[in-house]
Design a protein around this ligand. Structure first.
Ligand SMILES: [Ca+2]
Ligand SMILES: [Ca+2]
Ligand SMILES: [Ca+2]
Length: 269
């Protein structure tokens, strides 16, 4: 068939169903049961048999919020067709064999997309059955019910800028969790909090104070330094845990280890 032939534009092609080519593989095994056969039918009703050498152009638009990670197109044509997506030629298809699961991700775009099929009824045997059947499949976007983790703003040793920590100290390390317009630090479940690679638990239930003076109450915690499990040379520390309603939180601040003893230097981490 000719890409240069004259095609009839069609806004709303009529259905030709039921019609299933029984070749190998049979169309009925390739497409979903509700996929319809279509052809250009200006009268609104279609006979399966169409004029020899008829050329038609079918067009369908659809919107995408995002380009899916996978998208496949299956098409069969009696007798042949050329497939275009957004003006780009994808491939040619005949009724035997159909295109099955053609990857069309590279042809898709965010916003409006246009699928165009230029089909041709082979005149070799006169007026013969003519139909297109096509089906595009893409996964639904991820559901938003997946749990999210809130990044919280923490300050290890609020009185110190370099946050120097002696991993072997028998004391406690203070950590402030700041409240923001979007996050209330006083909603944290203190018992869930774990500080440092050793996952130290808070030494007490924490207390509430507006440490940075922004009018929002912050949470002040103290963690037994040895339990935090720092090694010489560690440069940052995490605080992880949950809010009272079970939302995961994580906060990170820089640290600088000091006063390391020889026996700990260079140990595998
Ligand atoms: Ca035909
Ligand atoms: Ca600090
Ligand atoms: Ca504050």
């Amino acid at each position: 068939m000719g890409r240069n032939g004259t095609f009839t534009p069609v806004d709303a092609p009529a259905m030709v169903s039921p019609y299933h080519e029984s070749g190998n593989p049979p169309w009925g095994s390739v497409f979903s049961a509700d996929a319809q056969h279509v052809w250009y039918c200006p009268s609104g009703t279609c006979d399966l048999y169409q004029p020899a050498d008829e050329r038609i152009r079918l067009e369908q638009t659809f919107d995408l919020d995002m380009v899916p990670s996978t998208a496949t197109l299956s098409v069969a044509a009696d007798n042949t067709a050329e497939i275009y997506l957004n003006g780009t030629f994808v491939r040619t298809v005949g009724y035997y064999p159909p295109i099955v699961g053609q990857d069309v991700v590279p042809f898709l775009q965010t916003g409006e997309n246009t699928l165009e099929i230029r089909a041709w009824n082979d005149p070799m045997y006169g007026d013969t059955p003519a139909a297109i059947i096509f089906e595009m499949k893409a996964p639904l976007p991820p559901q938003s019910c997946e749990s999210t983790t809130i990044d919280v703003n923490i300050d290890i040793k609020p009185d110190s800028d370099d946050n120097s920590i002696n991993p072997n100290s028998k004391g406690v390390t203070p950590v402030v969790v700041y409240s923001t317009d979007d996050f209330d630090a006083t909603t944290l479940d203190v018992s869930s909090l774990a500080f440092g690679p050793g996952g130290a638990s808070a030494a007490h239930g924490g207390h509430v104070d507006d440490v940075d003076g922004d009018g929002l109450m912050d949470l002040v915690l103290h963690f037994p330094t040895q339990d935090a499990g720092f090694a010489d040379g560690d440069t940052e520390a995490n605080l992880v845990g949950q809010t009272n309603d079970g939302t995961d939180v994580v906060g990170t601040d820089a640290i600088k280890t000091v006063g390391g003893k020889g026996k700990d230097r260079g140990r595998a981490r």
